[in-house]
Design a protein. Sequence first.
Length: 126
Amino acid sequence: MKLKVLPLDGWMKIPFIREDMAADKDIIPIEPVLNRDGYYLQGDKVWFEINGSAYLIPNGKTQFLLTVKVLSHKPLREIEIYALTVLKKSKLLSAEQAKLLGMEYHVKHLKAIRRDSLKRMNYFKK
């Protein structure tokens, strides 16, 4: 069975978030499989490893696959976004084009959230 590997998400690196999620059973501590920091998918099993610890993420496959899509998304140029928006307004947008435009907006939204989070983290460090 194939093993898919991603870099760790930001929240996975923060100890108190891992502790809170483990207490709430959102993640389950397990024995390390690979003994290498990373975010892994094998079949339906999703887990991450960090600093010699490992955590299973129940029902995490959908989130893992969405992360793969977001990371592999090639950003559209402004002219392409404009063209797709015009097609959408005139109701001529195909299903495939609608998916592409939706993914573009989703990726931009996630980047904005990440940027705002990093700004807040820097604000509180001062």
